[in-house]
Design a protein around this ligand. Structure first.
Ligand SMILES: [Zn+2]
Length: 60
């Protein structure tokens, strides 16, 4: 019984961490005003600053 409870707690903690972390990773932050924009945004929704197309990955 305690094994199931332990697993449930572990999964719950992992789920909470994922829920907190993933949205932040899926957003890019404006360098000018620090507002978070969606990944496919070309310009900042707050100040209109342009985002570079690719960050660090050299994918064509
Ligand atoms: Zn901005």
């Amino acid at each position: 019984m305690s094994d199931v409870a332990y697993l449930g707690i572990l999964v719950g903690i992992i789920a909470v961490i994922a829920l907190v972390t993933v949205p932040a990773l899926l957003r890019k932050r404006c360098r000018k005003c620090n507002v978070r924009n969606s990944l496919d945004a070309r310009v900042c929704r707050e100040c209109g600053a342009a985002f570079p197309d690719d960050d660090a990955s050299g994918a064509a």
